[in-house]
Design a protein around this ligand. Structure first.
Ligand SMILES: [Fe+2]
Ligand SMILES: [Fe+2]
Length: 286
């Protein structure tokens, strides 16, 4: 199974032309980041870079694409609707699994979940009995050998989205039950969450990992034959699996200048895998 792991695309509207009121009180820190700290300019070419990666995905004949959140800059529904067409051919073919990131919630009130509205069909689970009212965790099977479990690590309110992520006890309990479900037996299992349990250096730096319940997640994953994929830290990383944790893949930001790229994984199972870090254009990253 050939998998491409991309993350943190950060598609953005031209927020320079929009009033501050249009992103509400929840969006104030995000707008500050965009306008005062140069973030808008940094991601000005995100769409072009993403289109290059989409071409690579076809040339490399990837069976499946994993996208670990932060599709947008502000979580505005217009941003989701702008990025969705680029994913439509993969969505229709069942070749992509997507989860939300904290940026996808920045302007999102509890009643309005833009990500889930736009990607509703994507969240269909083959094990719906484990999903909560918002649809997580969801489980997908790809072919006979692969299962993907999608988690939502944005379970914190309001401005806390800017700083931390959380899965919550209910999702972790559901993940434990899914991993023990006999229907997963013999399959290679990929677990996806936007926030990873460790920083790229293997420690717990809140700016890089930021997952409040990381220790509880690592407890659930300990001794499990899974591959864990996350985004959020814009540093692409691979913490190889050992007794304390499974393989941890950080997708980095696929579109941020200087760090553009993705993981290409050829996976037989959690022990037999090759992972290559590529730049758009299929160049080997150094
Ligand atoms: Fe991000
Ligand atoms: Fe993030």
């Amino acid at each position: 199974m050939r998998i491409v792991h991309v993350s943190d695309l950060h598609h953005q509207l031209d927020w320079r032309r929009r009033s501050w009121a249009s992103s509400g009180w929840r969006g104030v820190p995000g707008r500050l980041e965009l306008h005062a700290f140069g973030r808008w300019e940094r991601f000005a070419f995100a769409e072009r870079t993403w289109n290059g990666i989409l071409e690579d995905i076809e040339v490399l004949e990837a069976d499946h694409v994993i996208l670990t959140g932060d599709l947008t800059a502000m979580g505005d529904e217009e941003e989701f609707l702008a990025v969705e067409p680029s994913l439509r051919h993969l969505l229709r073919a069942g070749r992509v699994t997507i989860i939300p990131g904290n940026h996808d919630r920045y302007t999102d009130g509890s009643a309005a979940r833009g990500f889930e509205r736009v990607f509703k069909a994507e969240l269909t689970s083959v094990m719906p009995e484990y999903a909560d009212a918002r649809g997580y965790p969801f489980v997908k099977f790809v072919g006979a050998d692969v299962a993907l479990i999608g988690l939502d690590s944005t379970r914190v309110p309001g401005w806390a989205q800017y700083f931390v992520g959380r899965l919550g006890k209910a999702q972790l309990a559901a993940l434990t039950r899914i991993l023990a479900d006999p229907r997963l037996e013999g399959k290679t299992v990929h677990v996806l969450a936007h926030h990873g349990p460790l920083s790229p250096d293997g420690k717990r730096d809140w700016r890089e990992s930021a997952l409040i319940d990381a220790p509880a997640l690592l407890d659930v994953l300990r001794d499990r034959a899974v591959l864990f994929h996350h985004g959020h830290s814009h540093v692409r990383s691979w913490r190889r699996g050992h007794e304390a944790h499974p393989h941890l893949f950080g997708g980095g930001s696929s579109t941020e200048p200087g760090g553009e790229g993705y993981w290409l994984l050829d996976v037989d199972d959690h022990q037999t895998l090759e992972a290559t870090h590529l730049k758009p254009g299929r160049m080997l990253a150094r």
